[in-house]
Design a protein around this ligand. Structure first.
Ligand code: PLP
Length: 332
């Protein structure tokens, strides 16, 4: 089966991470280091922030839910964009909060409307950059302007699950922004470019006071020993991430060009996936599955005509395009 449904890294994980994770299994009859000391030290060096600015999560999904737990009470409002990642709505619901879903523009965040949707009862806003599943991207200056406009009683969770896939020209200094904004949490993950989705490691970066509130709600042993070890090793492998970014950028062009040749509309994407309008997405997806290729339908995002295809290895992209052609022909 070719797995192009969950935006994982088709190259797998760095070899050093695999070895470190396997070696760490030896010690896994004991509880993990609940403080994640070694991984935090590696992140501190990489990001230039003290360990007291870091929260480790069982994937970055946990950072998103911890942010809601730390900031939101029942009846408060949580703001996020239409076509926002599913966990935002879940995190709001868990806290019995109001979900304030702001209509998207061009399948991306309408930051002005999101700002306007905030009221006295708003405590949290989620912004994904790039956004999943649409692939939309907000340039750094616009994002900074938004942060400056957000009132102090609202925490901003900037979800950067796909940040490693940004081109050098797209990058911006969100960790630097954390120093300026006490109400900002930047969430990142080892699940995507680092290839460790099955190990469940993510992290949040925020000023110490907010970090303490996140950590206070974190289950003590939320990241296991092999996951901690593999993540620290992966973080050291810049070449792996750079090669993954370059392969992804080329694969994205390959996919979008191929989709256009099939007469299909796809959205520009800054991530490692492409959203494409196919009409009967359920039917096409079922045909692809029969051909041994898993992609994602997007009914739960209110996008029933669209599929999200993870950018694969070059030959996988070729296969999915071929299988799509066959499926579209069969569907008439
Ligand atoms: C936008 C976004 N944020 C966060 C995540 C969370 O991933 P994880 O919990 O594996 O770190 C995902 C995963 O698909 C995502 O697409």
């Amino acid at each position: 089966m070719i797995l192009l449904a969950s935006n994982e890294n088709p190259r797998g994980m760095p070899e050093g991470a695999r070895q470190a994770g396997a070696a760490a299994l030896q010690g896994a009859s004991n509880y993990p280091d609940g403080n994640g000391t070694a991984l935090k030290a590696a992140l501190s060096r990489k990001l230039g922030v003290d360990a007291g600015w870091l929260t480790l999560g069982s994937g970055s999904s946990e950072i998103l839910t911890l942010a809601a737990q730390a900031t939101v009470q029942p009846g408060h409002s949580v703001v996020f964009s239409q076509y926002g990642f599913v966990v935002y709505a879940q995190a709001a619901a868990q806290m019995l909060a109001r979900a304030t879903v702001v209509p998207a523009t061009d399948y991306g965040h309408d930051l002005a409307a999101m700002r306007a949707a905030m009221d006295d009862g708003t405590r949290l806003v989620f912004v994904a950059n790039p956004n999943n599943p649409t692939g939309s991207f907000i340039a750094g200056p616009a994002l900074l302007g938004f942060l400056e406009s957000v009132p102090a009683h609202v925490t901003v969770l900037l979800d950067e699950a796909y940040t490693e896939y940004l081109s050098p020209a797209q990058r911006y200094d969100s960790i630097g922004w954390v120093r300026s904004f006490p109400n900002l949490v930047v969430a990142r993950t080892f699940s995507k470019a680092y290839g460790l989705a099955g190990l469940r490691v993510g992290y949040g970066v925020a000023q110490p006071e907010l970090t303490a509130r996140l950590n206070a709600r974190r289950p003590r042993f939320n990241v296991g020993t092999p996951a901690l070890a593999a993540a620290a090793a992966a973080l050291a492998d810049d070449a792996f991430v750079n090669d993954s970014r370059e392969m992804n950028a080329a694969g994205r062009v390959q996919l979008r060009n191929g989709l256009a040749e099939l007469g299909l509309t796809s959205e520009p994407s800054a991530g490692n996936f492409v959203m494409v309008c196919v009409g009967d997405a359920q039917g096409i997806s079922a045909r692809l599955l029969k051909a041994g290729i898993a992609v994602s339908t997007l009914d739960n995002y209110g996008l029933p005509q669209w599929l999200r295809i993870t950018v694969g290895l070059p030959q996988q992209n070729e296969r999915v395009l071929e299988a799509l052609r066959t499926a579209l022909d069969a569907a008439g």
